[in-house]
Design a protein around this ligand. Sequence first.
Ligand SMILES: Nc1ncnc2c1ncn2[C@@H]1O[C@H](COP(=O)(O)OP(=O)(O)O)[C@@H](O)[C@H]1O
Ligand SMILES: CC(=O)N[C@@H](CCC(=O)OP(=O)(O)O)C(=O)O
Length: 263
Amino acid sequence: MSKRRFVMKCGGSTLAALPDVFFQDLRELQSQGVEPVIVHGGGPAINETLGKLGIESRFVNGLRVTDEATLDVVEMVLAGRINKEIVRKLQQNGAQSIGLSGTDGKLILAKPVENANEVGLVGDVTGVNAAMVEGIIGLGFLPVIAPIGIDEAGQRYNINADTAAGAVASSLGVDTMIVVTDVPGIMRSVDGKKQVLPQVTFAEIEEMIRTEEIYGGMIPKVRAAMSCLHGQVKEVLIVDGSIERVLSRALAEGDIGTRIVRA
Ligand SMILES: Nc1ncnc2c1ncn2[C@@H]1O[C@H](COP(=O)(O)OP(=O)(O)O)[C@@H](O)[C@H]1O
Ligand SMILES: CC(=O)N[C@@H](CCC(=O)OP(=O)(O)O)C(=O)O
């Protein structure tokens, strides 16, 4: 299996705590000819800024209820702050990188989600400008993408970062998507003890959503995983960002965290 290129989704839950060695790992992978593409979140930082502005954060099944005022903050925090922090950290650790929002060059085209009446200006991805991402990689840069989408009329949408990452992975046709988060994988209680599931099937995921053993922010992750696995992506790994050299290990060993493969 070719693992030259992979999409990594980096969650806001773990971003602030990622050590330099995480970014050095990315640089080393880049120098070995591996081509990582990063799609990032930033939910906690958005909550914090909204809080300071006196705007309440509300979620429906892991998706932020978003109006235009919220969207201003989402864009400011994701595309303005977090995206640039990641690019700076990569560069400080020797990895060449360029940060973009999904609205730049219509990188991520979007339409309203089905339950827009509940969540407002939240988007589903209708297209990804893969050629632009390929071009950036071709110039030797690591693309870092903020999950804001746009439609042909110029309307912006807030897109869950897992959903955006899955769509980018699908459209680039990578084999592997790695979801970096703050838990060691999908966990389940067995005899009262929480255990990481090394592998899960689609049926097990659906069952765990039904029983609410998978809830909140894990729901968009597994939905994005199943969606991109219906296309060309062959495996999705959910891993803990605090594990040393987690990306190299995930690519080399594949048996870290939870592995989801096509059912
Ligand atoms: N079965 C599960 N196993 C592990 N984590 C779960 C599970 N169900 C829900 N979660 C929650 O999902 C969270 C990760 O999602 P989220 O907070 O959105 O992270 P990120 O910012 O990385 O996207 C975990 O911290 C945990 O609270
Ligand atoms: C629609 C929606 O919920 N968008 C997310 C986008 C950021 C995100 O997904 O960040 P994490 O990966 O850290 O959760 C939000 O507004 O929080």
